[in-house]
Unconditional design. Structure first.
Length: 84
């Protein structure tokens, strides 16, 4: 490695918007973050789960309507062929 071209690796303080601070090592003396492990919803248990079952039900309802419409169209096409 060349001497004198690498940044100084030093102790640094990480500050979160919630007020939490902790020490780590970095090339910057102070790192300011918007969210950390103390205030992140996943780690605090405040996470909101998306209603995926509701989304699946809506999708299945749309597919049922589409299948019914396709069956109705196929039935009318079949009747037209029988008439001729």
């Amino acid at each position: 490695m060349k001497a004198g071209i690498h940044p100084k690796y030093q102790e640094s303080e990480v500050r979160c918007a919630c007020g939490n601070t902790f020490q780590t090592r970095s090339t910057r003396p102070v790192i300011i973050v918007g969210i950390c492990n103390q205030c992140h919803p996943f780690y605090t248990g405040q996470q909101k789960f998306i209603d995926t079952a509701g989304r699946v039900d809506k999708f299945q309802q749309r597919m049922a309507k589409t299948a019914a419409a396709q069956a109705a169209i196929a039935e009318t096409v079949g009747k037209r062929k029988k008439r001729r």
